[in-house]
Design a protein around this ligand. Structure first.
Ligand code: UFG
Length: 324
C-alpha cells in the first residue's frame, strides 16, 4: 500500500513510517514541521504542507495516488487547549476538514485518525471501553471528539471508511534507535523523568498527591509507540473488508501511578531521580486505563510491550543520546 502519513515527522508518526516500511508498505509524509522534526523523515518522502492551506493539499494528492491516509497532525497539549481553544479547534477540526475534503476530491476513501483517551473526560468506570460515555473536559478532547463525529457523518454521506484510535499514554521509542519522543516544551511524564535521571531539565515536578488513588498520584495506562503503530496497520487492513466508521481504545489495560513510573525509571536507569511535589495540573483526570478488548478481538491487536520497565527502557536508550 501507499499511505499518506499526516504528521509523520512527529513522535508517533515517525514510528508509523518506520513500521510501515518494515511491513513492505510505502509512505509519504505530510508535515508542516511546526512540532515535527525534519531529521525524523527521509527527505525523499517528505511533503512540507499545512492542513490549514487547502491548496498545498491539492498538490500532494495530485502528485501521488494513495491507498489510505493516517492522520496524526494535531495540537495535543491539554493545558494549552484550555488557554487557546481557537487554535485547537482551528488546527484539529478545521485542518482535518480540509484533509477530508482533499481526500474526497482525490477519491481516497480510507483514513485512520489519531484520537485520544481525552474524549472520555472523567472516567466513570475503572476500565474505559468503547461504550464509555464521551464527555471531554478540555478543548483538546472535544476537538478530537468533533472529528470522530465528522467521520461518522462522512461514512453515511460519502462512504468514507474510517477508524478512530483512542490512544491512552503513548510512550517509549523504537528499540532500533534513531527516532524518539522530543517535544518542545516537554510536558510528558516519562521524558521528564528520564531527563531528571540525566540531570537535565528544570527539575521534575509531580503534579498532585491528593487524588483518590493508591499513592495519591494520577494513574495512567502507558502503551508503546510501536504497538500503536501496529494497530494502525491492522485498522487499514480491517477497513479493506469493513465499511463505516470504527473506534477502538488502545492501552495495556494496566495503570501505573506517577510515583510508580518514577520508581520503575530508577530501576531501569540505576540513577537517583529527585522530584518536587507540586499542585494538581489543570485538566488531569485521576485515573485513565483502557480496556482494549475490542481492538484485540476485532483487529487481532497484540501489544508486544506490556511491561512498564521495558517501555521505559526503550525511552531511556533514546533520551541518553537523542538525534533531535
Ligand atoms: N506529570 C507529572 N509531572 C510531569 C509530567 C506529568 O507529575 O512533569 C503527571 C501528570 O500530571 C499526569 C501524568 O503524569 O498525571 C501523565 O502526564 P502526561 O503529560 O505524560 O500525559 P497525560 O495523561 O496528561 O496526557 C496524555 C497525552 C494527551 C492526552 C491524554 C489523554 O499526552 O495528549 O494522555 O488522557 F490527551
Amino acid at each position: 500500500m501507499k499511505i499518506l502519513i499526516c504528521g509523520g515527522a512527529g513522535y508517533i508518526g515517525s514510528h508509523m513510517v518506520r513500521y510501515l516500511a518494515a511491513q513492505g508498505h510505502q509512505s509519504v509524509v505530510l508535515d508542516n514541521l511546526s512540532t515535527g522534526h525534519r531529521q525524523a523523515v527521509s527527505p525523499d518522502i517528505l511533503e512540507v504542507a499545512d492542513l490549514l492551506e487547502p491548496s498545498s493539499l491539492t498538490g500532494v494528492f495530485a502528485r501521488h495516488r494513495f491507498d489510505g491516509v493516517i492522520h496524526f497532525c494535531a495540537r495535543s497539549l491539554v493545558g494549552e487547549s484550555v488557554s487557546q481553544p481557537y487554535a485547537y479547534y482551528e488546527n484539529n477540526v478545521a485542518g482535518t476538514l480540509n484533509l477530508l475534503r482533499a481526500m474526497h476530491e482525490a477519491k481516497v476513501d480510507r483514513i485512520v485518525f489519531s484520537s485520544t483517551a481525552a474524549v472520555f473526560g472523567n472516567p466513570q468506570a475503572p476500565l474505559i471501553d468503547e461504550d464509555h460515555p464521551t464527555q471531554p473536559i478540555n478543548p483538546y478532547g472535544a476537538s478530537k471528539l468533533m472529528v470522530e463525529r465528522i467521520l461518522a457523518d462522512a461514512a453515511g454521506a460519502y462512504g468514507l471508511r474510517s477508524t478512530a484510535l483512542r490512544y491512552f499514554n503513548a510512550a517509549g521509542a523504537d528499540p532500533a534507535g534513531g527516532i524518539g519522543e522530543s517535544h518542545q516544551p516537554e510536558t510528558h511524564l516519562i521524558p521528564n523523568v528520564l531527563r531528571a535521571a540525566l540531570g537535565q531539565g528544570n527539575g521534575l515536578r509531580v503534579f498532585g498527591n491528593d487524588y483518590s488513588t493508591r499513592d495519591g498520584t494520577c494513574v495512567r495506562d502507558y502503551v508503546h509507540v510501536n504497538d500503536l503503530a501496529s494497530a494502525h496497520l491492522l485498522a487499514l487492513e480491517y477497513m479493506q473488508a469493513n465499511e463505516g466508521a470504527h473506534r477502538f481504545n488502545l492501552g495495556n489495560g494496566q495503570g501505573f501511578t506517577v510515583l510508580e513510573v518514577i520508581e520503575a525509571a530508577r530501576r531501569v536507569t540505576g540513577r537517583s531521580i529527585d522530584f518536587a511535589q507540586d499542585a494538581r495540573r489543570q485538566g488531569d483526570p485521576a485515573v485513565l486505563v483502557a480496556s482494549s478488548d475490542k481492538a484485540r478481538r476485532v483487529l487481532g491487536w497484540r501489544p508486544r510491550f506490556v511491561d512498564i520497565g521495558e517501555i521505559i527502557e526503550t525511552a531511556w536508550r533514546w533520551h541518553q543520546s537523542p538525534a533531535y
